[in-house]
Design a protein around this ligand. Structure first.
Ligand code: ADP
Ligand code: MG
Length: 377
């Protein structure tokens, strides 16, 4: 267990800047998630910590000591690779045992056997011990790779999308297993994923990475409820958050917003209005998640906006209803038995209490109603 710091890390592969001045401070025993799209630089961050890649600039520290010049084997990190990297010519048992037979971290064979079976039963692969990696499915290989990572007591576990190749059911099972194990790990863990649910359910904190830069670091509540910008907001949640331009307007009773080219002005909360008022008249975007939109086939009050049903997608426990208003598509979560004719009229109402407001120019977060509530949780 250890604190892991990346200080001003820049890494280039010829013309590609894979990491651009990355700063991360992972606390001892923290479960820290790196989350972002493919090509963001997540794997490169892990490899830099492991010592397999060398930064062009900056320092990697383990427990306060700069380790840039320490070779990978001596950093005492345990990494599970995206592509499993199992030894093809030895059995599952020997693959999992291999870290405990290396010269630097050698254990007696009795301990090896005990440890291998402990993690193998955790990973539900104890019936596969004699097989070669080529005789396993991808999901099984991935669990072997994860098991091999977990047999050690390293400074830090580095896990690169360790359950991405499992089928949906197994992935869900392993996600809860990992969550359960997390408390007993007692070891700093840096976990890479491109799945927002994994990120949110596992991470003590999440760093959102994009094009070699950090967009935001925070708890799952912080990044979900107060995303630093529209990019982060769009990465978290399914269906993707609705974000569209809006205009501020004064009427007799105060500041309102005009959205989606509609006649009626929509009320906003006082604390939000205060901040937006100060900001002045620049471009504004509103973000509203699909579960914060009501719908009705009749106009119930003036806050309902008229649109047409664009698409209805039942996805099991809910339906994603997409409504077109003024050429903008709004995704709404509806009950699973919801049905409607394409192109029929429908009225929708945004729950402005949960709306987020972004700067329409640089797309950064400005404010949401009651925002301190989300930051303190
Ligand atoms: P992620 O794991 O987030 O998908 P990576 O860290 O693998 O992203 O890659 C970040 C960027 O660096 C990508 O543009 C990728 O193509 C590039 N890259 C990574 N490794 C190498 C390499 N060995 N040689 C050249 N480019 C690389
Ligand atoms: Mg990767």
């Amino acid at each position: 267990m250890a604190r892991i710091e990346l200080c001003n890390i820049t890494k280039k592969f010829k013309k590609v800047t894979a990491l651009d001045n990355i700063n991360i401070d992972v606390k001892d025993k923290e479960f820290f998630v790196l989350f972002g799209p493919a090509g963001a630089g997540k794997t490169t961050i892990l490899k830099t910590i492991a010592g397999i890649e060398f930064p062009d600039e900056g320092h990697v520290k383990i427990d306060g000591k700069i380790v840039n010049l320490v070779e990978p084997a001596k950093r005492n990190v345990s990494m599970v690779f995206e592509n499993y990297a199992l030894y093809p010519h030895i059995s599952v048992f020997d693959n999992i045992a291999s870290p405990m037979r290396s010269p630097l971290y050698k254990k007696d064979e009795e301990t090896v056997k005990k440890e291998v079976y402990r993690v193998a039963s955790m990973m539900k692969i104890d019936h596969l011990m004699e097989r070669l990696p080529s005789q396993l499915s991808n999901g099984q290989r991935q669990r072997v790779a994860l098991g091999r990572c977990l047999v050690r007591e390293p400074n830090v576990f580095l896990m690169d999308e360790p359950i991405a190749h499992l089928d949906a059911k197994m992935r869900h099972f392993m996600r809860s297993e990992l969550k359960e194990m997390q408390s007993s790990f007692n070891t700093t863990t840096i976990y890479v994923t491109h799945d927002y649910m994994e990120a949110m359910s596992l991470g003590d904190r999440i760093a959102i990475i994009n094009e070699g830069k950090i967009e935001q670091i925070g708890s799952s509540d912080e990044v979900y409820y107060t995303p630093a910008n529209e990019f982060v907001a769009k990465l978290l949640g399914e269906p993707e958050i609705n974000i569209f331009p809006a205009e501020l307007e004064m009427d007799g009773r105060g500041l309102k917003v005009r959205m989606l080219g509609q006649e009626n002005l929509i009320d906003i909360c006082d604390d939000v209005a205060k901040v937006l008022n100060k900001k002045g008249s620049g471009k504004l975007d509103v973000g509203i998640r699909g579960n914060d939109v009501k719908f009705s086939f009749e106009k119930i009050d003036d806050n309902y906006l008229k649109g047409t049903v664009y698409i209805v997608e039942p996805i099991g426990n809910k339906t994603v209803l997409t409504v077109s208003i003024n050429k903008q598509l709004i995704r709404i979560i509806a009950p699973n038995d919801f049905r409607a004719e394409m192109d029929s009229s429908i009225y929708i109402k945004f729950n402005m209490d949960n709306a987020m407001f972004f700067n329409g120019e640089d797309k950064t977060f400005i404010i949401r109603h009651n925002q301190d509530h989300y930051l303190r949780r």
